[in-house]
Design a protein around this ligand. Sequence first.
Ligand code: NAD
Length: 318
Amino acid sequence: MKIVILDGYTENPGDLSWEGFEKLGEVTVYDRTPAEKVVERIGDAEAVITNKTPLTKEVFEACPQIQYVGMLATGYNVVDVEAAAKRGIPVCNIPTYGTAAVAQMTLALLLEACQHVGAHSDAVKAGEWTKSADWCFWKYPLIELAGKTMGIIGFGRIGQAVGILAKAFGMRVLAYDGFPTQEGRKIADYVELDELFAASDVISLHCPLFDSTRGIINKESIHKMKDGVIILNTSRGPLIVEEDLAVALNNGKVYAACCDVVSTEPVEADNPLLGCSNSILTPHIAWAPKESRQRLMDIAVSNLAEFLAGRTVNAVNM
Ligand code: NAD
């Protein structure tokens, strides 16, 4: 089987191996593929592996030999899955691989907002401690989490993992989710959304991006929150109306916003959050520790191996 990997770089920038796929067929790996080169690069490959490179109806029409599409991600919105299904092509994703990593990053962002470890280390290295009149100094308020309340919107795998970490820091945990579970009840008190907004010192987003969740953090919802709330987003950028959040950051209603994801990625130069002194922004790295990427690789290889053995798994379109 000929296998083409259209945009392998973010999954494997060189610290992992493609050998799992190489055992299954003749593999060609591209770091990234622009839209106009997709058909040419697929060529006569029967298995197409993509992360964020779009596979449109036109691509499936131009490459009728495609038998299998494998995602290097959980999300598959870049693929016209219905067009694939009409041609009998399964689109197989990675349902979960990075729960611990995303939860860890969420707490890393929160701790940065509370302690500013990076900025304090930079200040020390710039000589500010050496010149300090006192034996210690701090450049930002330092915030203790114990006793504070974290409100988690979307209490699934990652939300619950974050809840467990927040509890370990001594926080009270509230959760909003349409599907409360027994496991969830052991970690958090389920509340309505407005109660969560009103009672939380920290609000963390872990729901998927749906029409019902797009813009869930906006002018009106921010108005319902405590003054000085901290907002964390390691889920999806469009959950936040960034213009509204920037206003609230600049007037101090929101103490800090820490986002691993933004509305358009890579971030656009005029994104309003870039200009806020109290935003902390990271380039969508929560998923990316090597351990998580290895897990993702293993599942992507196993998805294709299962397909070749006649047992399609993790198909999202059939
Ligand atoms: P999950 O499916 O286990 O949990 C999602 C939860 O959200 C579910 O419990 C669901 O009931 C709930 N939900 C659905 N609609 C909701 C609504 N309208 N309001 C509140 N809750 C709602 O998913 P997960 O594995 O925990 O992942 C959560 C999100 O994390 C993903 O959708 C993805 O956007 C994001 N993610 C980000 C990264 C990253 O690198 N930053 C990596 C992986 C996942």
